[in-house]
Design a protein around this ligand. Structure first.
Ligand code: DGL
Length: 267
């Protein structure tokens, strides 16, 4: 048993899709979340910049007596996992790409897989590499959709804007690659998942946030590290407290026992 917090972080509010599943599936766990809303999006930035920002965030989280670090961002998972493992060798670190790659290799290996993600994640080839390491014959194609994250962070939910943007990116990509299963390779995208499902009803849509939470659970169970002590108080930090961020937190933690605040440290 381990009652310390699980730290979850992202460039913005996307990682809250992972936090939401975790709070639903493992309500005894206490979390601390950080969203770098002041500097999002990361997905079009230089890798060195992403690494610098990531280390600043993780040093802050690690100083908060945590038992696990969850990289709830595909862009950071694709570019920083190794440096984080080196920097915090004693801390379990879970990313969002490898649990999804394992699931695909186990259950969707014969499908034509599409991945939509940020420019940096697509450029890293992380999904192709990790899926093909486990399942060399699985066909994987990726495409960057750089407009999605700014729209989601801005709180754009109007279908008249969202649906044409989704179709702009996906119509040709899905058709040209005969995609059977589409991975939402950015933790912001589950927020527009229902639009994607409505527009392409026969498509299988795979959400890495769910696979990540299964991985967190199995790790904690295997290492006897589950928490067993409600009541808890989750903590949410952001570098800029936007309305979209606050709305999502209220949706995750309606009990409002959650505390959220603007982080005013060195990040
Ligand atoms: N949520 C992040 C991801 O999963 C990226 C968003 C961004 O571009 O900052 O890739």
């Amino acid at each position: 048993m381990d009652n310390r917090r699980i730290a979850i972080f992202d460039s913005g509010l996307g990682g809250l899709t992972v936090a939401k599943y975790l709070v639903e599936k493992m309500p005894n766990e206490k979390i601390i979340y950080f969203g770098d809303t002041a500097r999002t999006p990361y997905g079009s930035k230089d890798v060195e910049t992403i690494r610098k920002f990531t280390i600043q965030i993780c040093d802050f989280l690690v100083a908060n007596d945590i038992k696990m670090l969850v990289i709830a961002c595909n862009t950071i998972s694709a570019t920083c996992k190794d440096i984080l493992k080196e920097r915090y060798p004693d801390l379990p670190i879970i990313d969002v790409i490898s649990p999804m790659a394992e699931r695909v290799a186990n259950d969707f290996a014969d499908d034509s897989i599409g991945v939509i993600a940020t420019k940096v994640t697509v450029g890293s080839g992380a999904y192709e590499k990790q899926i093909n390491d486990l399942s060399p014959d699985t066909k994987v194609n990726s495409m960057a959709c750089p407009l999605f994250v700014p729209m989601i962070e801005e709180g754009v939910r109007d279908n008249k804007i969202l649906n044409p943007t989704i179709k702009f990116y996906l119509d040709n990509f899905l058709w040209d690659n005969k995609v059977d299963s589409l991975i939402l390779g950015c933790t912001h995208y589950p927020i527009i998942e229902s639009n994607i499902r409505q527009l392409y009803p026969s498509l299988k849509v795979l959400n890495p946030s769910k696979e990540t939470v299964k991985k967190i659970r199995s790790y904690l169970e295997e290492h006897d590290m589950k928490a067993a002590r409600p009541p808890y108080e989750n903590m949410y930090f952001a570098s800029d407290m936007s309305d979209s961020f606050i709305n999502m937190i209220e949706n995750i933690d309606p009990s409002s026992r959650a505390r959220f605040k603007k982080f005013s440290g060195t990040v």
